[in-house]
Design a protein around this ligand. Sequence first.
Ligand code: PLP
Length: 389
Amino acid sequence: MAGYGCETCPVPDPTCYLDHAATTPLRPEARAAMLPWLGERFGNPSGAHRVARGARQAVDESRDAVAEVVGCRPGEVVFTSGGTEADNLAVAGSLAARPGGVLCSAVEHEAVLRAVTRAGGRTVPVDADGAVDLEALERLVGPDAALVSVMVANNEVGTVQPVAEVADVVRRRAPRAAVHADAVQAAAWLDLPDRLAGTHLVSLSSHKVGGPQGVGALVARRGMPLRAVAVGGGQERELRSGTHDVAGIVGFAAALRVVAATRAETAARVAAQRDRLGDALAAAIPGLVETGAPRDRRLPGTLHVCIPGVESEALLFLLDEAGLCASAASACASGAQQASHVLAAMGVAPGLASGALRLTLGWSTADADVDRAARVVPAAVARLREAAA
Ligand code: PLP
């Protein structure tokens, strides 16, 4: 099955897939690593016999790989069912172990935002680029704070957050507090050890880096007080009970290894594609506004735009009809378009936000995808504007 213009891409012709922030196609290396664990190899890693030991070894090797990419000790990696569980464990699990105030940025993913709201926490405003307002953080974070959560990069507009500066403020104002970084979107693009200085907890998700869905990890640095949210067999240092998804974990690690080995080259290629698409759309669509931080402070694959006079839902429908997969905001369970809390927090006017379009490129994006989107999006916008005139 040849991909659209890309030799190794599993996305079938004639689909033009520009929704990598929602999920990425499985990398061939991840698939190859998983296949034995969906066939002749199996075993419960918690068991005591040779089959179990084989599975445990596979999980341990995967743990080593994740730790190397993140820049932590293998014993600090807790495998979970994905980014959502990692975020929930970080917030609820750290507050259960050490109660206190909790803050997060106003543009966090719902997995953090809702966990923080449930714990009675507060949000820290962002600026018009979607970056955390450090002065506001300084005012809001008090000595009673137990946790501050900030994403490394935003899933809608791609803005990269000043995590090290956030950690500095927290260290000064609330030395007792931990810093949680949701690196789910950043992991495919940024050098994590470099970005995670000063953090105590880090969330990762496999399917955003070319691995399988339904697996991820929470990195909990040594000494970080953390209590399990769900109880059971006591796997993962008693922090995440449940039989391991060995195939998923092995695929996740394989994807992360490829990401680490190819990151610089992929980021440069995709950023150039993203810039070319952004320039083409800006030239072809009057009034289009590119959202988020300047391109060099955004994830390389993210192009978020707001198009006046167009409703996202109608635009996405036309794009889908033309074979182009995109989105307006983050994917939610119903598939329905909801008002974006990210754009609202950035102060984007509701009239403009209703014409939001998120195009996210990734490892499998070919130049032909960019050419096609540069044709299809302006044509769909023109059709909608003509119909509305
Ligand atoms: N955090 C961020 C920033 C995300 O973008 C997502 C998914 O879109 C998640 C967390 C949730 O990850 P998962 O889909 O693995 O539960």
